[in-house]
Design a protein. Structure first.
Ligand SMILES: Cc1ncc(C[n+]2csc(CCOP(=O)(O)OP(=O)(O)O)c2C)c(N)n1
Ligand SMILES: [Mg+2]
Lengths: 326, 360
């Protein structure tokens, strides 16, 4: 095991998969130069050369559209959106093309396309550079959606994504790039659809994604001192979603809080809460609660941004609420 | 003046003022004939205001008072300042992520801008927008944009309002970087503006880079202006660090737009002195050679303009110093105003998602 940064875990996964498979091709804005804006492609050009990694113009539609075309013709396309917000330029390519082409062709087409996108708030980037858009893609059949919260998960899941034959949206978080964690020195992958219990507990189930996993863990530490034992579940992939791990936990604790940074309305929390209602309602001792960003664009002002992002305190409050503790 | 600031060819990029006058409709004026002295002095002052504002904004960023991505306009001041001078208050602009200069040039107040950068309630957007979303509708600034190319289609809509609905002679200047010309929306916007002959001036600030990526990698043509050919509109490349040349070119294009002759694509070649965003660590070196940066700094549009106004006896050193002192004072006051301003209220988080009647 070696302790590395989340950004390096991504870089290592890319390099390792490019070594294994000659057909992996990386493209995106500024990916070749200076290791990319977030350093996730540092050293790739030097090792693999200009025919394996390319800077593109600022043209999101063709980055993803050509990703589809390349994938259809045998290239494993690993493309990057510098900020997830820019994928909105390429929604046709993502949703009308990438997501549907296999189905529309009766299973003739194979689309090994991986869209890495950096998302999230927390850095004062304002409304068009701080969004969490995972729910848009979860809604559309045909796309897999991955949201790693640790370097270990990022590396293992990205390697799985590169080997997957479906379009995968791989959401990295800007605040997580500099976080560190242990990663095995040998080749490993993490299967999609397998949630990780980041902390086991018996009193309440907290389901959290991406950066919010870290906040939920922090909340759990504080709750522990107050005699509350929270179980923290990170689904890691939203499509496919590991219902079983979530349901088993809720059956054990009888209470659930869902934490995500995206807006509340039609967010993944709504889906998870419904699944809990459907499969574990008889085990519930309290209504399920959600902790999310406000139903408003992410404001620039650091004061307001702090207010909208789910905080450790808000998670603690929600846990106490489902436990009927004042 | 031109001789004193000879263009140098850098890395095969032709910056010797090629003119692609596709339709022969841009009048051939003699340099500087049209600009009056007061105009030129005001442009000088605006350029300096922008430069001084940006210097202070960077200092505030380094102190951690400004968050997110802030893109500094230093080096490109001539373009915004000249455009601003030629526009009326009723004219509109759309701006970019590198938008502080555009905002100032369209009559923006530096105190409200500083307050916005600091996320305060008194800022242009009540602290909710920040550097990339500075807007002042009272002055015709329809807003900066976090999305590259975000203003292109919006400027076309403003053109529809002016030419088709209100039938006035107002025009819109759409600022964008050369990088934005590679977005699909560039094509769609110029095409629609051209077929409907809308009063929009597409003003491309070609500073040769998009983040870390050079135009050599991203543009198959030397001059963005040639792209005008596809839309049958005039396309012209000019020296973006030369106020006099910009004045001529912009005045012609604005005149065409006001007369119902439709859009023009102007490419102003220029250079940004700083990193892509403040704190990216590449203000000097990295993907650009120090030599190249210094070559362009030698073509400082403000120094050139200072020389020009002095040599043409429009102003003397004393006057220029007085202008600078006044601006420094203004910027200090702006910072003071911002620092003393209140933060937004908690409830502001939920306000303005929709139009609410009682808030007008
Ligand atoms: C749609 C979109 N894609 C990518 C980005 C990220 N980005 C911000 S500025 C920039 C470079 C823009 O280059 P250019 O248009 O030449 O303007 P400049 O920064 O040189 O002023 C990029 C790629 C963005 N903000 N929006
Ligand atoms: Mg540029």
């Amino acid at each position: 095991m070696t302790v590395i940064k989340y950004s390096q875990a991504i870089r290592d996964a890319i390099a390792e998969e490019m070594r294994i498979d000659q057909n992996v091709f990386v493209m995106g804005q500024d990916v070749e130069t200076m290791g990319g804006v977030f350093g996730c492609t540092k050293g790739i050009l030097e090792e693999f050369g200009h025919d394996r990694i390319r800077n593109t113009p600022i043209s999101e539609a063709v980055i993803i559209g050509a990703g589809v075309g390349g994938a259809l013709t045998g290239t494993r396309m690993l493309v990057e959106m510098q900020y997830v917000d820019f994928i909105l330029h390429a929604m046709d390519q993502t949703i009308n093309q990438a997501a549907k082409v296999r189905y529309m062709t009766g299973g003739k087409a194979t689309v090994p396309l991986i869209i890495r996108a950096q998302q999230g708030s927390g850095r004062g980037n304002g409304a068009q550079h701080s969004q969490n858009l995972e729910a848009l893609f979860c809604h559309m059949p045909g796309l897999k959606v991955v949201m790693p919260s640790t370097p270990y998960d990022a590396k293992g899941l990205l390697k799985t994504a590169v080997r997957d034959n479906n379009p995968v949206l791989f959401f990295e978080h800007k605040v997580l790039y500099n976080t560190k964690g242990e990663v095995p020195d040998t080749d490993y992958t993490i299967p999609f659809g397998k949630a990780d219990i980041k902390r086991s507990g018996k009193d309440v189930t907290v389901i959290a994604t991406s950066w919010m996993v870290l906040k939920a863990l922090e909340a759990a530490e504080i709750l522990e001192k107050q005699g509350i034992d929270a179980e923290i579940i990170d689904p890691r992939t939203l499509v496919p979603l590991d219902k079983e791990t979530i349901i088993n936990s809720v059956k054990k604790t009888g209470r659930a809080v869902i934490v995500h940074e995206a807006h509340e309305v039609c967010g993944i929390g709504a889906e998870i809460a419904f699944i809990i209602m459907e499969l574990a309602i008889d085990w519930l001792d309290a209504p399920v609660k959600r902790v999310t960003s406000a139903q408003a664009p992410i404001p620039y002002s650091s004061k307001l941004e702090k207010l909208t992002i789910p905080s450790v305190d808000r998670i603690i409050d929600a846990v106490k609420e489902v436990m009927y503790i004042k | 003046m031109t001789e004193a600031f000879l263009w140098i060819e850098i890395d095969g990029i032709n910056i010797t003022k090629p003119k692609y006058d596709m339709s022969d409709k841009l009048p051939d004026k003699k340099r500087g004939q049209i600009a009056d002295n007061n105009s030129l002095l005001r442009i000088y002052e605006q350029m300096l205001r922008i430069r001084l504002f940006e210097q202070k904004a960077q200092e505030l960023y380094v102190q951690g008072l400004v968050t997110g991505s802030m893109h500094i306009y230093t080096g490109q001041e001539a373009i915004a300042a000249t455009a601003g001078e030629l526009l009326r208050e009723t004219d509109t602009i759309t701006s970019t992520h590198r938008g502080h200069g555009h905002c100032i040039a369209k009559g923006g107040q530096t105190d409200k801008m500083m307050a916005e950068l600091l996320g305060r309630k008194t800022g242009y957007c009540g602290g909710k927008g920040g550097s990339m979303h500075m807007a002042d509708f009272t002055k015709g600034n329809l807003g900066a944009n976090g999305m590259v190319g975000g203003g292109l289609a919006i400027s076309v809509g403003a053109g529809i309002t002016n030419a088709i609905i209100k039938k006035n002679d107002s025009v819109t200047i759409c600022f964008f970087g050369e990088g934005a010309t590679n977005e699909g929306v560039f094509h769609e916007s110029l095409n629609l503006a051209a077929i409907w002959k809308l009063p929009v001036i597409f003003l491309c600030e070609n500073n040769l880079y998009q983040v870390f990526t050079s135009v050599k990698e991203s543009l198959p043509v030397k001059d963005v202006s040639v792209r005008a050919t596809s839309y049958g509109i005039p396309g012209i490349t000019c020296d973006g660090n030369d106020v006099i040349e910009l004045y001529d070119v912009l005045e012609s294009a604005i005149g065409r737009a006001r007369n119902g002759q439709g859009p023009t694509l102007i490419e102003a070649k220029t250079y940004r002195w700083e990193g892509h965003y403040t704190g990216d660590g590449y203000a000097r070196g990295g993907y650009r050679s120090i030599e190249e940066i210094d070559l362009w700094k030698a073509k400082d549009p403000i120094a050139r303009m200072a020389k020009y106004v002095i040599e043409s006896a429009i102003a003397d050193n004393e006057l220029l110093e007085k202008i600078e002192a006044g601006l420094k004072d203004e910027i200090e006051k702006a910072i003071h105003f911002a620092m003393e301003s209140p933060w937004p209220d908690d409830e502001d988080l939920y306000k303005d998602v929709f139009y609410e009647k009682e808030e007008v």
